[in-house]
Each structure stands twice: as C-alpha cells, then as structure tokens.
Design a protein around this ligand. Structure first.
Ligand SMILES: *Cc1c(COP(=O)(O)O)cnc(C)c1O
Length: 338
C-alpha cells in the first residue's frame, strides 16, 4: 500500500492524537484509548476530513468549479465539504434530506446547518425517503448544461476514493501504537455510510495488522450495514492494488444501538455523551459517535472487552450538539442581565 500514488489535498491536521482515557478506563474496567479524529481540522474536524483530502483532489484535477453532495439535515459531511470548497475556491451546493421530521428550530437552523451557510454553500431540502443520489445527479446535469464543471460526492463521501482516507488512518494508527509499544486488541467506532469502516478494514488488511474492528451501527440493520461495508472494502482494496485480501468475516457491525432510527438519539446515546463529557472532557455527537460510544460502554460493561486494550476511534460531530441541545434536559439557571 503506497498512498502517495493517489492525488490528495493536504488540509487535515495529521496525525491525530492517540490518547488514553484514564477515568473512563477506570469506570469500565477496560484499558480504553481514543484516536482523536474529531480533531482533524477543516470547520472543527471529524472523519469526513480524511476522505475529502482524496475526494477534493479529484475535484481539483478535473477542474471542478462546483462541488455537490448530500446528507441528512445535520450532516457533518456536508459542513466539512462546504469548508473544503471554500478553501479551494469552489462553489458548494448541498442537498439535505429531512430524515428525522424534527420541527426543532435548532435542529433545522443551528449546528451544521448554520455552518454550511457560513462557509458560503447553498442548500435545498427534501422529505425523508427521497432518492437523494438520483436527485443530485439531476441537479448536477442541470448545472453542467449551464457550463459548470461539477464534481459530485456521494453521501458521507463513501466511495473507494473517500475510503482511502481511512486506509491511511489505519496505517497512521498502527504506526503510532507501534512507536509507543501499545498492543491494540480491538478498534471500535461508529459506522454509517460505511466509508470509514471500509477504509479501515482495507488498510488494516493491507498492512496485515490483525486487529479486529467493530463498527457500531447508526442507521441500517446489521446484514445491510455489513454488506455495504464489505462491498466498499472490496472496491477499496482493488483501488489500492491488492484485490481479494478482504474476507466477509473481516467486517463486523453491531447495530443494537440504533434505537428508533437514524438521527434519533436514545437515552443510551445521551448517557454516553454525558459520560465522555464528564469523565474525559470529550465532546461526542448525538447521531454517530454518541451511539458508537453507547455500544462501546454497554459492551464493556457486559464484559465483551475483558482484559483488552480497546481504541475508540472518535469520528467527530460535536457541532451537531447545537442542533440537538433540546435532546438534553438540563435546568439552565436563568441568569438575568443587569
Ligand atoms: C459520517 C460520520 C460517521 C460515519 O462514518 P461513515 O464513513 O459514514 O460510516 C461517524 N461519525 C460522524 C461524526 C460522522 O459525521
């Protein structure tokens, strides 16, 4: 695996830190570490930054003047794409899907939604269940007919190009662990549109790390989630020039923590966000990393990771907290202005 073969715009702050979580380790009786991909940079960071380094390099190579992507209302991917477009001098148009049917003004206007506009992107919104990929192609064709050069990024940046960012992350993480003499028994992270897990699987296999990886689902049921990750991991290792090295058993997802659906935090999600905030001073998010951490905490309490050193890959998303602050019910003391 030699990633310098692929075009890349180097805007991420790398390597991200690999740190121990002492208080959470004590609380759960497991040696817990965290890989801080919430701190990758570009509009506060998150996992999409690594993918966008490779995707936006393709956009630049084709001379794109307009980037289009799609996601849920509080999409972190949309926000990070808007930031990359701003930095590279391209226009950005975002198609948002109303997956939660929330009327909360913060959900619909704060957090990531606010930052999209701050970065100068334009956006349109569609009801949940719309065929967003088809609609985006339609929009792209309309713009091409007007003479624009459009680069279309799939939801979550999850294709083989985007997944290269997480193949690179696998190498980075294992390199850090080796340098500090840390033996990793397992990696756990939140999985959604699948590019993160597919890239990690591809990278871990390509360097023969022999570290099991567990994705905690945030949307799809287990068979569908694992199939999506597997299919993309297969394409990613083909792109890397090592076809056939990923087996179906390399892909593991636990989807017991999704709750009622995508973007709907459960009581476990909220409790996990509070535990990380109060024991480690680390911000998670209500859509992905909070559900991933709920799975991590619950499985740790059930003894699944007994005696192991586990790395939680923090995929970011804390900007979404401001779209979801009403999911937390705190009595904010009224502080009167003088
Ligand atoms: C997109 C996202 C994920 C899921 O990553 P995928 O590559 O889509 O599976 C996890 N956490 C956060 C914060 C995200 O924004």
């Amino acid at each position: 695996m030699h990633l310098a073969r692929f075009p890349r715009v180097r805007l991420a702050h790398l390597p991200t830190a690999l740190e121990r979580m002492p208080r959470l380790s004590e609380e759960l009786g497991v040696d817990l570490w965290i890989k801080r991909d919430d701190c990758t940079g570009m509009s506060s960071g998150g996992n999409k930054t690594r993918k966008l380094e490779f995707l936006m390099a393709e956009a630049q190579e084709m001379g794109a003047d307009l980037v289009m992507t799609q996601g849920a209302t509080q999409s972190n991917h949309a926000r990070q794409t808007a930031a990359f477009a701003a930095r590279l001098g391209m226009d950005c148009h975002i198609l948002l899907e109303d997956r939660t049917r929330s009327n909360d003004p913060n959900y619909n206007g704060s957090g990531n939604v606010f930052l999209n506009f701050l970065h100068g992107a334009t956006a349109e919104k569609h009801p949940g269940g719309t065929d967003m990929a088809a609609l985006m192609e339609e929009r792209a064709e309309e713009e091409r007919a007007k003479g624009r050069t459009v680069y279309v990024i799939p939801g979550g940046g999850s294709n083989a190009t985007g997944a290269l960012g997480y193949a690179a992350c696998a190498m980075e993480l294992v390199g850090q662990a080796d340098a500090m003499g840390l033996k990793i028994d397992r990696i756990v992270h939140a999985t959604g549109s699948s590019g993160t897990q597919a890239g990690l699987v591809a990278g871990l296999k390509a360097i023969n790390a022999q570290i099991p990886l567990l994705g905690i689902g945030t949307r799809a049921p287990q068979p569908k989630q694992e199939q999506m990750v597997y299919d993309l991991a297969v394409k990613t290792v083909e792109k890397l020039g090592c076809p056939g090295i990923v087996a179906r058993e390399d892909v593991m997802a636990n989807t017991d923590y999704v709750g009622e659906g995508y973007g709907l935090p459960t009581p476990g999600t909220i409790a996990a966000i509070e535990l990380f905030a109060r024991l480690e001073g680390i911000l998670l998010d209500p859509v992905y990393s909070g559900k991933g951490a709920d799975g991590l905490i619950d499985l740790a309490r059930k003894g699944t990771f007994e005696g192991e050193t586990v790395v939680f890959l923090h995929t970011g998303g804390s900007v979404g907290l401001f779209g979801y602050n009403n999911a937390f019910d705190y009595d904010t003391p009224a502080i009167a202005a003088e």
